[in-house]
Design a protein around this ligand. Structure first.
Ligand SMILES: [Zn+2]
Ligand SMILES: [Zn+2]
Length: 128
């Protein structure tokens, strides 16, 4: 027998890069948190695309549209920025989970992200 190649069929992961739009809001120049926190629908010339579930879940965020368009002040550079403000980060994560669960089950969300953000009474702690 020569050179038998292995074809691990079970491992055919979807590696195709899909750029899905945010399932939270349209990319129309508004900032998700300006609206969410201040009801401010102002147009921003610069918006950052923030992956709501980062780290190992970044690609899942990308593939499923678990992203938000944020002005720089709400992304990285201010007291309300998600990368500075844990409660705003959590707000986005909860909103994203709710949006995802409009078309998926809770189990599917947990399989995808590995965490449930909508049931925090038990003092759940997670570093982000
Ligand atoms: Zn903003
Ligand atoms: Zn970000």
């Amino acid at each position: 027998m020569q050179n038998q190649m292995k074809f691990p069929k079970a491992k055919t992961k979807k590696k195709r890069k899909t750029h899905k739009k945010s399932i939270l809001h349209p990319k129309d120049g508004t900032c998700y948190l300006c609206i969410r926190l201040h009801n401010d629908y102002r147009y921003h010339s610069v918006l950052h695309e923030h992956h709501i579930f980062g780290g190992p879940n970044r690609s899942a965020s990308e593939a499923e549209g678990l992203k938000a368009y944020l002005c720089p002040a709400h992304h990285e550079f201010g007291p309300e920025a998600v990368h500075n403000n844990i409660s705003n980060m959590r707000l986005l994560q909860q909103d994203a989970q709710k949006a995802y669960e409009k078309t998926h089950t809770r189990q599917e969300f947990m399989d995808l992200i590995g965490w449930n953000y909508l049931d925090e009474e038990k003092g759940a702690e997670q570093d982000v």
